[in-house]
Design a protein around this ligand. Structure first.
Ligand code: C2G
Length: 130
């Protein structure tokens, strides 16, 4: 059974998130999603997500094409997670292109094109303006 793993914050869940998860799921038979912790987000973006990690995990777990969900504590642990979950393929959006090529001896790495014209940051900006 081919296992696919992907990672993300998935804050203020939107169709761009659905699109990448759906395409990731089509690349194998079992989809595992690492949801970035609130602390990891704070360390990267200097702000906490709008939705906390347990709500973000609940949303992702409820999707029909997602089989397993866990909390991603650190970007550097990618290889450990890939080994732990026996993933054959790592899928990331192409905003991360090249950034995780270092795991390649352990699994295939595929960067999928992002859905244009939608992002959590943009949604937050629009909501603030109105
Ligand atoms: N995405 C997409 N199209 C969009 C917006 C997001 O395809 N319009 C994809 C991103 O490329 C990513 C996934 O959706 O693969 C989750 O996006 P984010 O929540 O922004 O995740 P990010 O904070 O980039 O992930 O190890 C990576 C970390 O978990 C961080």
């Amino acid at each position: 059974m081919k296992k696919v793993i992907t990672f993300g914050t998935f804050d203020v869940f939107h169709v761009g998130h659905i699109n990448i998860l759906e395409r990731a799921a089509e690349l194998g038979e079992y989809l595992i999603v690492g949801v970035s912790s609130d602390a990891l987000n704070f360390s990267k973006k200097k702000r906490y997500p709008i939705y906390n990690q347990s709500d973000r995990m609940k949303i992702i777990s409820s999707l029909k094409f997602v089989n397993e969900v866990f909390v991603e504590e650190s970007l550097e642990l990618k290889l450990d997670y890939i080994k732990k979950y026996n993933a054959d393929v790592l899928v990331m959006g192409d905003d991360w292109a090249g950034r995780f090529d270092w795991v390649k001896p352990a699994c295939e790495v595929i960067y999928l094109p992002r859905t244009p014209s939608i992002s959590t940051t943009e949604i937050i900006e629009i909501v603030k303006m109105t």
